[in-house]
Ligand binder design. Structure first.
Ligand SMILES: [Zn+2]
Length: 461
């Protein structure tokens, strides 16, 4: 991501663990607008949307945004079902009539959306040590839904001092309620404080101080016993991707490989390359371009809305070149404004940008073209070796050979993801990576620093 993009993303997130305000806000807006449309991102609107159930409709859309536009859904049915089971167990002892639907996103942060969805970041799960800690994270978000706290962000005043107070209040209430829900559902209530310690790592204005939250959760929970479920969590984490998933774009030597699309782009010795997360910014001769992957339905919508567009089927797939147009008739009805707000949250080039969109079977590559000339890109199918090199690191579970500390348990040599000082019994599961840290760095060459290109800054505008 470029700096502008990062700023936009940061501004959009609330929690240290990242609760984006715009999701409930924007999704709610589009739900209203969408009820007049037959489909959204390539799918017919489901019953809640046609029945004017705004909550149900926007929850569905949030999930569709993640999977079909942002390629940000972590697609592991068994893990999702397991976390859903934890949410169901907590919901049964809550005031909710139905359990929220759990979605696992391939990003940082966990948040509740207005559509009774809890979006849990894969990297949040990676930090947790037991099912009770996972339940703590889920219970906190469930408490936001139970307390209608999203309404605070949706209809509340602009962020002034009162708003921040309200927001901090909602967080403290959710932490306290989560401890109670854990205990009622049979989990160790003290797991809440540990979950907070594992998940929170930054301070912001909208949350009580991290240390205060942890201390308070610990005091409320006391030392009361309950189900911890370390082995249960670990059993479901086997093979989970850890760290950044390089398949959406990663530099491997002198190539930029987008394994998710089966593509590789050759980098030359004179190229100035900048990579930020899954975004490639490349300056070649007098041209600058930014490239990133998006979902196929969103790519088709973008491609069909380009001005001066020319489309051509090439060996790599259909390529549409054109300029991002301002919508012809600016619709300033409330519904029109709502539809614009939702569209703006999806990854897309800014108005006026010249783009090429290459459609592949499982998504599309957007190339924002800047500068004076279109360079020869050197795009091609990725080789089996490149696809293998872009495979992410995954969790494997090994078992302690003997009792003592994890460090002395003779497991996961050089691949330990567990706390070395933690005490285990013989046979206890230990969290490891499937390869050593040294070989986990896929980027073989140092990335030269280059100027931030203007193109690509509007990946999310
Ligand atoms: Zn919260």
């Amino acid at each position: 991501m470029t700096e502008a993009t990062t700023t936009a993303m940061t501004a959009a997130r609330i929690e240290g663990a990242g609760e984006p305000l715009w999701k409930p806000f924007a999704a709610a807006l589009f739900a209203l607008a969408a009820c007049t449309r037959p489909s959204y991102l390539g799918a017919t609107l489901p019953h809640p949307c046609t029945a004017h159930d705004v909550e149900g409709c926007l929850g569905w859309m949030v999930e569709r945004d993640l999977s079909e536009a942002e390629l940000d859904l972590y697609d592991d049915g068994a893990l999702r079902a397991y976390v859903q089971g934890v949410a169901d167990r907590l919901a049964r002892v809550s005031g909710l009539a139905h359990a929220p639907r759990v979605v696992i996103a391939d990003r940082d942060g966990t948040y509740a959306t207005s559509g009774s969805r809890i979006v849990i970041g894969r990297s949040t799960i990676e930090r947790l040590d037991s099912e009770a800690e996972l339940a703590g994270v889920v219970a906190h978000e469930l408490a936001h839904i139970e307390g209608h706290h999203a309404v605070v962000s949706l209809f509340g005043p602009p962020p002034d001092d009162d708003w921040l107070l309200l927001r901090r209040d909602a967080e403290a209430v959710a932490d306290e309620r989560a401890v109670a829900l854990l205990e009622r559902a049979g989990y160790t209530p003290g797991a809440m404080a540990r979950a907070l310690r594992a998940v929170l790592d930054t301070e912001d204005d909208e949350h009580p101080l991290r240390a205060d939250r942890i201390a308070r959760a610990r005091v409320i929970a006391g030392n009361r016993p309950g189900f911890e479920g370390r082995a249960e969590l670990l059993a479901h984490l086997e093979h989970m991707v850890i760290g950044r998933d390089p398949r959406l774009g990663h530099r491997i030597g002198d190539r930029w490989v987008i394994a998710a699309l089966g593509l590789a782009l050759e980098l030359g010795p004179d190229d100035v390359v900048r990579e930020a997360n899954h975004l490639l910014v490349l300056r070649r001769a007098r041209a600058t371009l930014a490239a990133y992957a998006i979902g196929a339905p969103w790519a088709r919508e973008l491609a069909s809305s380009l001005a001066d567009r020319a489309s051509d089927v090439r060996p790599l797939g259909r390529v549409t070149v054109g300029t991002v147009a301002r919508p012809a008739a600016r619709d300033d009805t409330p519904l029109g404004k709502l539809a614009r707000a939702i569209r703006n949250t999806l990854p897309q080039p800014a108005v006026g940008t010249r783009v090429a969109i290459l459609e592949r079977p499982r998504g599309a590559l957007v190339i924002e073209l800047g500068g004076h000339a279109l360079p020869e890109l050197g795009l091609r199918d990725a080789t089996p070796e490149e696809l293998a090199a872009a495979e992410p690191t995954r969790i494997v579970i090994e078992h302690a050979w003997r009792a003592g500390t994890v460090a002395r348990a003779l497991a996961c040599q050089g691949r330990l993801l567990d706390r070395p000082e933690r005490r285990v019994a013989a046979g206890d599961p230990i969290k490891c990576a499937d390869r050593a840290a040294a070989s986990r760095e896929l980027s073989l060459d140092p990335v030269p620093a280059g100027p931030v290109a203007t193109a690509g800054s509007a990946r999310r505008n």
